[in-house]
Write a protein that binds this ligand. Structure first.
Ligand SMILES: Nc1ncnc2c1ncn2[C@@H]1O[C@H](COP(=O)(O)OP(=O)(O)OP(=O)(O)O)[C@@H](O)[C@H]1O
Ligand SMILES: [Mg+2]
Length: 392
């Protein structure tokens, strides 16, 4: 797939993206609030992904920015100018809809050329541009077909080509790769990234695919029940989730229930509920049950007890070869199973083996009973732990 997007001069006089500001956005359908007060600043030329489960309000927010939905409260601005009730076509944003929304009576080529015709380009130029962007999405050979003669994934690629054909300042995409198979999805992810660098448009992309969000975005906004739960760089969201919801939405996570035992001098000793194994947590933790989360790839499995980090004695219940890694299911006595992934090439462990699962305190997050971040600063636990290295 080609990445040489700028084969033709840009249609936009001032190339570069628009800055989008959303303030206090509320959208109601009857008594149901689909958006419950969303604030969002998207920088010029930024690639922002709205990530969230089904029904969290992603499409509603995107459609409000596009002008297809009218907010009940709040305001949306483009470069400090309120968009108010400006109709969608006057906003001049490129849009890839969740349901492809192609013109059924136009061919693939005519669909992609359509926004260029609306903008008054001559036939030869709009044909050349449309063909170029059909090349980008690998559909030149399908240019004479009607949308009804295409698969869902192909229709989505036509929709993408149509949205980028006139190189808009703001490109809004609702699950643009949702219907594609894995190979095409990955290939188009890289192409969209390359396209973004070329045209420097501001891109807002909706997805519920965490890999897509992590690989394409400058920043990710995680949505939950009509609100933005956390916004930040992909690596920050992944490594420092502020809520249990965010932690479990992005990647696989182990949760351990811990209970504060004693607290003094800013250190709380906590006990892993099922096994009784203990370690220290910086800060004064109160209440009863709390949750500690740790990613599978941050856990080390060893025969010997490690000097540093939090260590739990576990038994390997099963292991699966995944190509570039091994995935172990490890059982804490009378307690939960934790998942550990280890790169291929290191030590392997047999099913049934008794080993130590050790993880650095810095890669854990602690959540309170409401699933909110309680403390992410953990001390070196071995100085405080009891039952250290106890085998099951
Ligand atoms: N026209 C409508 N009338 C009533 N409720 C609606 C309408 N459109 C959306 N909703 C509701 O608003 C909530 C948010 O919908 P939205 O389409 O924004 O979700 P989404 O995050 O895009 O989900 P998905 O990933 O399934 O596309 C959902 O609970 C949905 O049922
Ligand atoms: Mg949606």
């Amino acid at each position: 797939m080609t990445t040489a997007f700028r084969s033709t001069p840009s249609l936009q006089a001032d190339v570069g993206g628009g800055r989008i500001s959303v303030h206090g956005a509320v959208k109601r359908y009857g008594t149901f609030e689909a958006l419950r007060g969303v604030d969002l600043e998207i920088e010029s030329g930024e690639f922002l992904t709205l990530l969230g489960p089904s029904g969290s309000g992603k499409t509603t927010l995107l459609n409000s920015i596009a002008g297809f939905e009218k907010l009940d409260e709040g305001d949306i601005k483009l470069d400090d100018r309120s968009l108010g009730n400006l109709p969608p076509h006057d906003r001049n944003f490129g849009m890839v809809f969740q349901a492809y929304a192609l013109f059924p009576h136009l061919t693939v080529l005519e669909n992609v050329a359509y926004p260029l015709r609306v903008r008054g380009l001559r036939k030869a130029e709009r044909q050349a541009r449309a063909l170029h962007y059909l090349e980008v999405v690998e559909l030149v050979d399908f240019r004479h077909r009607l949308p009804s003669e295409l698969s869902g994934g192909q229709q989505q690629r036509v929709s993408l080509a149509r949205a980028i054909a006139y190189e808009p300042k703001v490109l809004l995409m609702d699950e643009p790769l949702g219907a594609l198979d894995r190979r095409l999805r990955q290939s188009l992810q890289y192409s969209i990234k390359a396209l973004h660098r070329e045209i420097s448009a501001t891109i807002i992309c909706v997805t519920h695919d965490q890999d897509e969000a992590l690989s394409m975005s400058d920043r990710i906004a995680v949505m939950n029940e009509g609100r933005i739960e956390q916004i930040g760089l992909p690596e920050d969201i992944y490594q420092h989730p502020r809520t249990r919801f965010v932690s479990s939405l992005l990647g696989e996570t182990n949760f351990l229930e811990v209970r504060p035992v004693t607290s003094s001098a800013g250190i709380t000793i906590v006990e892993e509920r099922s096994s009784g194994q203990r370690f220290g947590v910086k800060g004064d933790m109160r209440g009863t049950a709390q949750l500690l989360s740790i990613r599978p790839e941050n856990v080390l499995l060893t025969q010997e007890v490690q000097e540093e980090g939090i260590s739990l004695a576990v038994r390997i219940r099963s292991r699966t070869f995944l190509g570039s890694s091994w995935r172990y299911e490890c059982e804490i006595k009378k307690g939960p199973t934790i998942i550990v992934t280890c790169p291929v090439g290191g030590a392997t462990h047999a099913e049934g083996a008794l080993v130590n699962a050790t993880f650095p305190s810095s890669s854990c997050a602690i959540f309170d009973a409401d699933g909110r971040s309680a403390s992410t600063e953990l001390t070196e636990p071995n100085k405080h732990s009891s039952n250290q290295g106890r085998m099951l």
